[in-house]
Design a protein around this ligand. Structure first.
Ligand SMILES: [Zn+2]
Length: 58
């Protein structure tokens, strides 16, 4: 059984997830968490860009 290096749990399957340009193997839980964190970072960047776009148009 593979072991997730992120949470040290034995899992059925490891997923390959790209985090910060590097591919890491982790369980589904950790992959979800990483995806959430990544989405948050992307979202906040998009929000800043949207706000700047707003100001530019006004
Ligand atoms: Zn894990």
């Amino acid at each position: 059984m593979p072991t997730c290096k992120q949470c040290n749990n034995d899992v059925d399957e490891l997923k390959s997830v790209k985090v910060g340009g590097k591919t890491k193997k982790m369980c589904e839980d950790c992959a979800d968490r990483a995806a959430e964190e990544g989405a948050v970072a992307e979202e906040s960047e998009a929000v800043v860009q949207n706000m700047m776009g707003f100001k530019g148009r006004r």
